[in-house]
Design a protein around this ligand. Structure first.
Ligand code: SF4
Length: 704
């Protein structure tokens, strides 16, 4: 299969570097990279991973049926990296020294308790992780709430899909992908892809969308400021100005209403709030929307007709839609579009929010969020809180906690005094890294638990070595809400220990006893408190997994949500006016800068940049520049340029390409040494969900 990357060249490089195994044990598990949830086989020889193969049996490979992208197939060698953390580390006089588990855990517990006693529990905060398992996220939020005594727990879903939880939740009542990946492969007569470079960021889903177009003749609409790969086969590509999503979507809905293409019966029977939406849409004629977005009015008309006239039309989006100061509005707007055409609750339809990391859906489901326990049970709800208090044997706080971005600001302001960062790397992932660094420097105590000495771990007082996906049992929940097993294939290096063991030890030493013998025991405790996971057991998850909600042990799971009615009863339309991004280009900073992901790297690069094959294909950061911009500045290609915003500057390699328009720039956020997030703005936030506006800030570019 083809995902736009030279797999053959990469294959021979890795084969030459590692040697092919003569005979392998094969352990079936779930990919540790994107949220697609592909299954793969880790090939083991002499207790080491020596390769990855795949299983074509749909029973064991329900999502990818044997297909893997370049990261899943070749991105495994970080597991064997000599840079893995193998012992606890304690910082003394600015230098780390190895320590025993007893010494490191006792000291960490003592430091956290001292801050709690002196400043109160809300002076502490925990970052959980979209990379680690459901069981580990469940324990992390239990640790924050029961042991630390605060709801200050969040994770990097805040930075990618917090607005999906808020926006789809407000419109439909349940903030998750409504349909299945298989729907996109065969049931969607039309797929509308907005703000997702699917073939690079969710390659197996991108492949399925492509196959549906090429083999089944499905229609494809792409809306993206860049001419991404799927645009090449689209019926319409709307190359809109970054940050004008609501204006574009309102323009499409104006056409649908004025041409009578709406689903009146669906609107009347299953929704509320249409009159207010209709009123606001009146001014968004295609010409008016064209003036804001830069998309020709005729393209808006054509896209609206194709989407509305399809028998079943699916919307897919990702961070291109969400990472805006209007992210929640953008998500509500795609929900409006789906509802006015009746494209919800049937095969091949729905709002398909493609989640970026392997277990970002699961981390949210497990309550690693500041306002909810597992399954989105609100911490301010007395009945929900009493249930968890009874189960956990502790009084719990009923005050909503701080988000990731609020936590960093609070640390900077001296309100947060101590942090436990588990599997996250805010020194690369969060906006305005200088601000993050200044905030972390002000903490009295920083504890980091990870598998590498990440940029954030380097700032810690104590570092605890955990295990990676190949070294543990557990579950991940994919973007389509499918809960699947991960299985231990190899032992952890050195003295690295199971993350659930570390958290349990830490809690116990703080005076809140936690004791577990296995990940399965934690899963059992979790499902008893989590209605949407209640019917799942490890035995039931052995095959293709189960999609939530799965309330009882005889329930088959729910691939399509909102079939007969929405989770909230009636679907709610939101009347939304277009708002400009927070920071627009001006004379000093005349370009729009967007940031995003590459096919070859994953999140903050801590794993993929230690994967030799992947890293060799993209060893340094690049800046995509339109050829006209490049010519004006005398940039000839492949040379290094200085990119600046009001937050800072980085130097990176130019890539001249006309996939984006003049005056728009695009760079990647995986590279600590040329970190895109040195440039992004930590104050330009969505007011509802707090997501930063990673997709639009004003920038300047210089030849050097
Ligand atoms: Fe892994 Fe995603 Fe690639 Fe599948 S598409 S192999 S889950 S990175």
């Amino acid at each position: 299969m083809y995902y736009g990357m030279p797999v053959g060249a990469l294959s021979s490089k890795i084969a030459a570097g590692q040697g092919k195994p003569a005979q392998n044990d094969k352990i079936l598990t779930t990919c540790t990279y994107c949220g697609t949830g592909c299954t793969l086989e880790l090939n083991i020889k002499n207790e080491k991973i020596v390769g990855v193969t795949s299983n074509r049996d749909a029973e064991w490979s329900p999502v990818n049926k044997g297909a893997l992208c370049v990261k899943g197939r070749f991105g495994w060698d970080f597991v064997n990296s000599p840079e893995r953390l193998t012992t606890p580390l304690i910082k003394e006089n600015g230098e780390f020294r190895p320590a025993s588990w007893d010494e490191a855990l006792d000291l960490a517990a003592k430091k956290l308790n001292a801050i709690k006693e002196k400043y109160g529990p809300d002076s502490l905060a925990t970052f959980a992780s979209a990379r680690v398992s459901n069981e580990e996220n469940y324990l992390a939020q239990k640790f924050a709430r029961a042991a630390l005594g605060t709801n200050n727990i969040d994770h990097c879903a805040r930075l990618c899909h917090s607005v999906s939880v808020a926006g789809i939740g407000a419109a439909f009542g349940s903030g998750a992908m409504t349909n299945s990946i298989e729907d996109l492969a065969q049931d969607a007569a039309c797929t509308f892809v907005i703000g997702t470079n699917t073939t690079e960021n969710h390659p197996v889903i991108g492949y399925k969308i492509r196959q549906n177009v090429v083999k089944n003749g499905a229609k494809l609409i792409v809306a993206d400021p860049r001419r991404v790969e799927l645009a090449e086969i689209a019926d319409v590509h709307m190359q809109f100005r970054p940050g004008t999503d609501v204006a574009l979507l309102n323009g499409m809905m104006n056409v649908i209403i004025s041409e009578g293409l709406l689903d009146q019966e669906f609107i009347e029977k299953r929704t509320e709030g249409f009159a207010e939406l209709k009123e606001i849409l009146e001014k968004y004629t295609p010409e008016y929307s064209a003036g804001i977005t830069g998309v020709p009015a005729e393209d808006i008309r054509q896209a609206a007709r194709i989407y509305a006239e399809a028998e079943a039309a699916a919307i897919c989006y990702s961070m291109g839609l969400t990472q805006h100061s209007t992210g929640t509005d953008n998500v509500k707007s795609v929900c409006n579009l789906a509802m006015i055409t009746g494209n919800v609750g049937r095969p091949g339809t729905g709002i398909n929010a493609l989640r970026g990391q392997n277990n970002v859906q699961g981390a949210c489901d497990m309550g690693a969020l500041p306002v909810v326990f597992t399954a989105y049970q609100k911490v301010i709800d007395d009945a929900a809180r009493e249930k968890f208090e009874k189960a956990w044997g502790r009084p719990l706080s009923g005050t909503n906690g701080l988000t990731v971005t609020q936590t960093i600001h609070a640390a900077y302001d001296g309100v947060i005094k101590g942090m436990f960062v588990f599997g996250e790397n805010p020194m690369v992932s969060d906006p305005d890294i200088q601000h993050v660094e200044d905030a972390l420097d002000k903490l009295d105590f920083l504890l980091v638990q990870d598998i590498f000495l990440t940029e954030t771990a380097m700032k810690a007082d104590i570092v605890l070595p955990g295990v990676c996906f190949a070294e543990k049992d557990g579950t991940f929940t994919s973007t389509e809400r499918r809960v699947q097993r991960i299985r231990k294939a190899v032992s952890a290096p050195g003295e690295a220990r199971d993350d659930w063991w570390i958290i349990s030890q830490l809690a116990s030493r703080m005076g809140y006893p936690m004791s577990y013998d296995s990940a399965e025991e934690i899963f059992e405790e979790m499902r008893a408190l989590t209605p949407s996971y209640a019917g799942m057991t490890y035995a039931r998850l052995e095959g293709p997994g189960l999609t939530w909600p799965c309330p009882t042990e005889d329930h088959p799971g729910t691939p399509i949500l909102h079939k007969e009615q929405f989770t909230r009863g009636l679907g709610l339309f939101h009347a939304l006016d277009f708002k400009e991004p927070v920071e627009l280009p001006d004379e000093e900073y005349p370009f729009i800068l967007s940031t995003g992901r590459s096919l070859y790297h994953y999140h903050t690069g801590s794993m993929t940049r230690r994967s030799s094959g992947l890293n060799s294909h993209m060893p340094e950061n690049r800046l995509q520049i339109n050829s006209r911009t490049a010519a004006e500045l005398g940039i000839n290609g492949n040379e290094h340029v200085r990119l600046s915003t009001r937050r800072g500057s980085i130097i990176l390699q130019a890539e001249i390409t006309d996939i984006l328009k003049d005056k728009v720039l695009f760079t990647y956020f995986h590279f600590a040494e040329a970190a895109a997030n040195r440039l992004t703005d930590s104050h330009a936030l969505d007011p509802v969900a707090g997501i930063p506006e990673f997709k639009v800030c004003a920038a300047n570019l210089e030849k050097i």
